[in-house]
Design a protein. Structure first.
Length: 465
């Protein structure tokens, strides 16, 4: 009986073995057929890839054919900074299953909004002769055609909000300025998924952290040992971008409450400028409204009362793709240009209030640079070092502003003479720090908004300012 059962078992095993062998051969044949089909598709797509590469090279952005595949991109986007590709990024969720950010922020914002729909900025409706725009079906259709653009800038704005609110929590007296800006910029790179491809998404411009009488365009160069103190007034100017669409927004950090009236004046003036702005509004009218509000404030410091003055030669500006300063300047005082704002334009309204003379000049060591948007033609770069540096700038920054710290970070060495050469040739522009009189204090607030066909959207608005 036992022998009969053994024989039946052996028979079953032999049948299974034959079926497995047959299935294995079939599987090999199917695999080879799929490989041939994939190879054929690859050959058919080769010409399209080459065309994309030519366009990408002309635009100085990474080619689509060199970008990671969707599976590779998905894999890398789920990694935490510095982790290996085999370690997935854990995204925490709340009690309702909604993705949550960590503290400090480490989760790319894209993963927090898996449907690809990002928070809409503050909506301000048009008034008077433009009030019809709010309900116009034709204009709403125009906006639907710009869906991808709107989501890009809203994603960049959400990154900005999360990064700056993180900065508001960690910035303390006694910190090196270098540590502050590097933590801010590293956080931007993580949340926006820069992944070494700054021209696709990343830091919009070097993080400004100008102190006291220094109004703008200062960030520490490598080796700078400047420390933030309790009595300092720091302007933290942060930029983010996706596909060249820049969010430019700034706020003022103080620890001593005696500066509160200064900050309140500038915040009120900036909000007034934003409210005044709109389609067909003249730039000079925005400036007049800002000045009226700013100069209505006073501050007492060390027993002396100061009227808070707007910096009359430091303006807001329109923003173009990959160009932080467009062709229009928004003044902070009366008497500006009568040029009008137009539908579809992006603007950054930034106001600076000062206890000094209300006028800035260039001073201190330069840290900010940018490739000239319209460089002179027929220029020959003779220095090999300058040629290499210019190629690096083109590849990694394009016309986005950069700083010396970033060149050091990329491994560039002994480049100062080459950088000066490029500035002298007009191929690169230098942006010197702008300062009021020493001993004065300057505060800044800034917002980016878009003049949509049906409304004004203040993209950078947050619960903080």
């Amino acid at each position: 009986m036992v022998n009969n059962e053994l024989e039946r078992a052996l028979g079953v095993l032999q049948v299974v073995a034959k079926e497995n062998k047959h299935a294995g051969k079939k599987g090999v044949r199917v695999k080879k057929a799929s490989e041939k089909k994939a190879e054929k598709n690859k050959k058919n797509s080769k010409k399209v890839d080459n065309d994309d590469d030519v366009f990408a090279e002309f635009m100085n952005i990474p080619a689509a054919s060199s970008a990671p595949s969707p599976s590779e991109s998905s894999s890398s986007s789920k990694e935490s900074p510095g982790s290996s590709s085999s370690t997935p990024l854990h995204v925490p969720v709340d009690e309702n299953g909604r993705p949550q950010q960590t503290d400090p922020p480490t989760i790319p914002v894209r993963l927090l909004f898996p449907d690809g729909v990002y928070p809409v900025g503050e909506i301000q409706e048009y008034i008077a002769e433009n009030s019809y725009r709010t309900t116009s079906a034709e204009l709403r259709e125009k906006e639907r055609l710009e869906h991808d653009l709107y989501e890009d800038v809203r994603q960049a704005a959400e990154v900005h909000r999360q990064v700056r609110q993180y900065a508001q929590r960690f910035v303390k007296p006694g910190m090196l300025m270098t540590e502050i800006v590097e933590r801010v910029e590293d956080c931007v790179r993580t949340l926006i998924e820069e992944n070494g491809l700054r021209l696709q998404a990343g830091v919009g411009f070097p993080t400004g952290c100008s102190l006291n009488h220094v109004a703008a365009h200062w960030t520490p160069n490598s080796g700078d040992k400047t420390v933030l103190h309790y009595d300092d007034v720091m302007k933290l100017d942060i930029g983010t971008h996706i596909n060249g669409r820049i969010i430019d927004s700034a706020f003022t950090v103080t620890f001593n409450p005696r500066y509160d009236p200064l900050k309140e004046a500038v915040r009120d003036a900036t909000n007034t400028g934003v409210r005044t702005a709109g389609i067909d509004v003249r730039l000079c009218d925005v400036g007049a409204a800002i000045q009226e509000v700013m100069e209505s404030y006073e501050i007492e410091l060390d027993g002396k009362t100061y009227q808070i003055k707007p910096l009359r030669n430091l303006c807001g500006h329109s923003i173009w793709p990959y160009r932080i300063h467009g062709d229009k300047s928004v003044p902070s005082v009366r008497g500006g240009p009568t040029t009008r704002m137009e539908e579809g334009e992006f603007f950054a309204i930034e106001t600076f209030g000062s206890t000094g003379r209300g006028f800035v000049v260039e001073d201190l060591e330069c840290s900010h640079y940018g490739k000239a948007f319209d460089p002179p033609s027929g220029v020959t770069i003779r220095s090999a070092k300058a040629k290499d540096l210019y190629a690096h700038i083109n590849k990694h920054h394009g016309t986005l502003a950069f700083c010396r710290r970033w060149l050091d970070r990329a491994g560039q060495e002994k480049y100062l003479l080459a950088l000066k050469n490029l500035v002298d040739l007009g191929l690169v522009e230098s942006y010197m720090p702008l300062v009021d009189v020493k001993g004065s204090y300057v505060a800044q607030f800034e917002h980016t908004f878009l003049l949509r066909p049906t409304c004004k959207e203040v993209l950078s608005r947050g619960s903080d300012y």
